[in-house]
Write a protein that binds this ligand. Structure first.
Ligand code: ADP
Length: 191
């Protein structure tokens, strides 16, 4: 079986990630979306929550499997019998880090290839961190993440930041359905 791995934090999954998942799932028999569980990193969502959001968001893709891993990616790839690692590239800033990762992975495991997929232009600015920032200030993230994620993110921020969040909740939210022609600033609350 021609199997590939798409690793990442997915804290949370965005439409940018889903675009890469959909496009790369067409190239392989099976695509394993692997959530990195790094105990040293401070995530907003637990691994189980990230798995849940990814499973819900990819349930229409029959050959996509959701899993989590810790430790070296190449070791995990061997366990899953995957020969390809898929990475999404947004900008030059991604490239430098990804080139380093691809090179060390090649050194550790020469038989595993890294495949870079260019982001869809309309998602080139999109990252999990920007989604969290917009949601924290009660901006509308509906055009950035699937409905399951936007529901979870507001609830999580409310649980985590309580009163601070309630302050923002009373302010006007910005609504926009088509991000393609809209500057990101329009999603931010004007204070
Ligand atoms: P983030 O930078 O959003 O926290 P992750 O660490 O979860 O993302 O990234 C997982 C993979 O998805 C990486 O290969 C990353 O470059 C890619 N990726 C993230 N956002 C996008 C996007 N908007 N378009 C294309 N690829 C992306």
């Amino acid at each position: 079986m021609n199997r590939a791995i798409y690793p990442g934090s997915f804290d949370p999954v965005t439409y940018g990630h889903l675009d890469i998942i959909e496009r790369s799932s067409r190239l392989f028999d099976c695509l394993v979306v692997a959530i990195l569980n790094n105990p040293k990193k401070d995530y907003l969502f637990s691994v189980d929550e990230r798995i849940h959001m990814l499973k819900e968001s990819t349930k229409h893709l029959y050959n996509v499997e959701i899993d989590s891993f810790s430790g070296l990616l190449v070791d995990y790839a061997k366990i899953k019998d995957a020969k390809v690692i898929v990475k999404g590239l947004r900008a030059i800033s991604d490239f430098e880090y990804e080139l380093q990762m691809a090179s060390i992975n090649k050194k550790l495991s020469p038989s595993i290839e890294t495949l870079f997929m260019m982001t869809n232009n309309k998602y080139s600015y999109l990252s999990s961190s920007i989604v969290k920032e917009v949601a924290l200030f009660n901006g509308n993230v509906d055009c950035l993440v699937p409905p399951i994620v936007s529901n979870c993110i507001y609830q999580k921020i409310k649980d985590k930041y309580g009163d601070k969040y309630n302050q923002y909740k009373t302010q006007q939210r910005y609504y926009c359905c088509d991000l393609k022609d809209t500057m990101l600033e329009e999603f931010l609350i004007k204070k």
